[in-house]
Write a protein that binds this ligand. Structure first.
Ligand SMILES: Cc1cc2nc3c(=O)[nH]c(=O)nc-3n(C[C@H](O)[C@H](O)[C@H](O)COP(=O)(O)O)c2cc1C
Length: 375
């Protein structure tokens, strides 16, 4: 516990990198990735909506923004209106976004994802009832670890063979190269919320009998291969992160012991530098919690499990009170907080929080144009 009253939330944080240079964030607030379903032509290209959305949030003082789930291939997108990172036009639009985010003093990460059996979903916009988007609305046949439907309302997947899995691993690497070219400072691999990597990690959904299923070693294989392929092309001067569902909240599924083991291995042996802790999303369960800071305990457990490494741990979930975020950091539960819905309600959440925590006016992270806002 620090003895002075300077805010820990608004102190800089250096995310380690393999080459030792590190990426220093101006503070410990990270925008959680949130799909905007705002692509106009189902082409994976960012639009004016993305620029104003991420632009306002960067101007609002976040240390780093994690741009929403971005498909590494057309069939890997969560919905027809998701961003992609597999075509030149997409890369160019990302570069424009990143450039504006940087101009506001924030770092930029992108969440790379293959949604597996949860790809081709309906955009989660008003009127949403879940499930697969019909083919006539831009949906497509999905691929997954098995030939089963991943959840009610989702079409059965085409089971990936070895060549299909290798293709996906190389899609991740190609997307990472493009993310570097677009200027991103960090990558967050999506290993959570029931998408392909999570589907492969959990015994609840991975019933394969080949080298990608069965034992823990086999179920971890795809994620390790993706991490290795991405690390091989992603510069050593840039952090590599992963979001993990630390538990499935179901007996027999992933739990914090299993996911801590995996994360420890990925950090120590495979070049991961940042672990973002979430949970669930694979199967429906009444145990899935909510409320203020609902993952804090999982974040603290993950940090404890990684205490002998230099990786940073962030946690997401119901964080909206500046005082609560400050306490989580001061008590060393985590190194940074990921903030989702609170940032949609108020893109200037960090500037507001800094003022509430007594950060001197000249140090409040806001755009100079907004300095006179009397935070
Ligand atoms: C509109 C919306 C879109 C989301 N899209 C993503 C996503 O692209 N990737 C992801 O990992 N989580 C996604 N999430 C989950 C959030 O990142 C976050 O984990 C969740 O909302 C809990 O954090 P919060 O209480 O701060 O909002 C999304 C959530 C919302 C509300």
């Amino acid at each position: 516990m620090t003895t002075d009253n300077r805010s820990t939330l608004f102190s800089p944080l250096t995310v380690p990198t393999p080459d030792g240079t590190g990426l220093t964030l101006r503070n410990r607030t990270i925008l959680s990735p949130m799909c905007q379903y705002a692509v106009d032509r189902q082409d994976g290209v960012a639009t004016d909506w993305h620029l104003q959305h991420y632009g306002a949030i960067a101007a609002g003082g976040f240390g780093m923004l994690t741009v929403e789930s971005t498909g590494v291939s057309p069939v890997g997108r969560i919905s027809p209106r998701d961003l992609g990172m597999y075509r030149d036009e997409q890369e160019a639009a990302h570069r424009h976004l990143v450039s504006f985010i940087h101009s506001q003093g924030a770092a930029a990460a992108v969440q790379l994802n293959h949604a597996g059996g949860r790809a081709s979903g309906k955009p989660w916009l008003p009127g949403y009832h879940g499930g697969s988007a019909p083919l006539e609305d831009g949906g497509w046949q999905t691929v997954g670890m098995t030939d089963q439907s991943i959840a009610k309302g989702y079409r059965p997947t085409t089971k990936l063979d070895k060549a299909g899995i290798e293709q996906i691993v190389s899609n991740f690497a190609a997307a990472a190269r493009r993310a570097d070219a677009a200027g991103y400072d960090a990558i967050q691999l999506h290993g959570a919320h029931g998408y392909l990597l999570h589907q492969s990690l959990s015994p609840l959904t991975n019933t394969r009998t080949d080298e990608y299923g069965g034992s823990e070693e086999n179920r971890f294989r795809l994620t390790r291969e993706v991490v290795d392929a991405v690390r091989a092309v992603w510069p050593d001067s840039k952090p590599l992160g992963i979001r993990i569902s630390a538990t499935d909240w179901v007996k027999g599924g992933l739990d914090i012991d299993i996911t801590s083991r995996l994360m420890h291995d990925l950090v120590v042996n495979h070049g991961v530098n940042w672990v973002d802790v979430s949970s669930g999303g694979l199967v429906n369960t009444p145990l899935q919690p909510s409320g203020p800071g609902f993952h804090a305990i999982l974040g603290a457990q993950m940090k404890e499990a990684l205490a002998d490494t230099d990786a940073i741990v962030s946690v997401v979930g119901g964080i909206s009170s500046p005082e609560q975020a400050e306490t989580m950091l001061r008590t060393h539960q985590v190194d940074a907080v990921s903030i989702g819905r609170a940032a949609m309600r108020n893109p200037h959440w960090p500037a507001m929080a800094a003022a509430r925590l007594g950060v001197p006016r000249e140090d409040i992270p806001c755009a100079p144009q907004y300095w006179r806002a009397e935070w």
